[in-house]
Write a protein that binds this ligand. Structure first.
Ligand SMILES: [Ca+2]
Length: 300
């Protein structure tokens, strides 16, 4: 305190001295050398951007996606893993590889974790995102499956960190052959990048859209003007409309359903899942490669 007062007094003296050519320099130097000890930054070292990597996801309770698009069908609601594995009513779950990237843009790593599922002869691998909550210092799981692999189904080949999310390379089966092991039919390879916005998986590559699993065409494809008229407010990346998809003018739109033969439309909180095309995005009749999003249609 005494030293500080002395320095301040010197500075004051230097300033009031004003007109002198040499003396003002010295006090200024003394003040700047004092500064580092006065302004420490104690909070910085405690925030670890890779904190989620120390969370053992193999010792967490996982909530399983109840969507009809999630395989295998009708899983239990949740499973508690211990040492990376868990069993519920004949269903066995195993934690597989975990990939880390900052998927929501807050500077902290989030995770995309593979969960291997077995029941009877059926196996699948589902990829769930875990978002790091810095305030609560815990990893929070997103319920929506981000990607999935299964025999005679879609296949995920690579999951790796990307600039603003997780890059997922996968092979999609054509919709009409999705469960046909004998004749697999046409397939489509693609890589998409999935981030997290408002607690939901969203695509952060290209024109955007929903980042979870998508359904199958349950309605005829509307094109050009018809598509735009059906969704005058555009397409949202997630149900609820909080995250707008970067859609531009719609050139194609189809309501999606829960099975390759159409099935019930996929509706969440009054929002229909849709496949859509905009200028420059895939616009073929192979609807599974279309962008995917949500539209709140008027009427009942
Ligand atoms: Ca993050």
């Amino acid at each position: 305190m005494a030293a500080l007062t002395g320095a301040a007094a010197l500075a004051l003296a230097g300033c009031t001295d004003g007109g002198g050519s040499e003396p003002p320099d010295e006090p200024t130097q003394e003040i700047t050398t004092d500064e580092p000890t006065e302004a420490p930054t104690p909070e910085e070292p405690t925030a670890d951007p890779h904190a989620i990597a120390s969370v053992d996801l193999g010792a967490m309770t996982w909530t399983l996606d109840p969507s009809p698009l999630s395989w295998p069908l009708n899983p239990p609601a949740e499973v508690e893993l211990a040492d990376g594995t868990g069993t519920v009513e004949g269903w066995t779950y195993e934690l597989r590889e975990v990939v880390y990237a900052d998927a929501d843009g807050d500077g902290d790593d989030d995770a995309l974790a593979a969960l291997f599922v077995m029941t009877g002869n059926e196996t699948a691998t589902q990829y769930y995102a875990w978002e790091w909550d810095e305030g609560a210092e815990q990893a929070v799981q997103l319920v929506d499956v981000v990607a999935q692999s299964g025999a005679c189904r879609d296949a995920v080949s690579v999951v790796e960190p990307a600039d603003s999310g997780f890059a997922i390379s996968e092979t999609l089966t054509a919709s009409e052959n999705v469960v046909d092991c004998v004749d697999g039919g046409a397939t489509h390879d693609r890589t998409r990048v999935v981030g997290i916005a408002d607690g939901a998986p969203v695509r952060v590559d290209g024109p955007g859209g929903w980042g979870g699993t998508c359904g199958f065409p349950a309605s005829e494809i509307l094109r050009d003007a018809d598509a735009g008229q059906q969704a005058p407010s555009g397409v949202s990346a997630a149900p609820g409309g909080a995250v707008a998809a970067e859609s531009g003018d719609l050139t194609g739109l189809a309501v999606l359903g829960a099975s390759p033969s159409g099935g019930d439309p996929i509706v969440r909180d009054g929002w229909n899942q849709v496949g859509y095309a905009v200028e420059g995005s895939p616009d073929s009749d192979q609807l599974r490669i279309w962008l995917c999003g949500w539209v709140q249609f008027d009427g009942p």
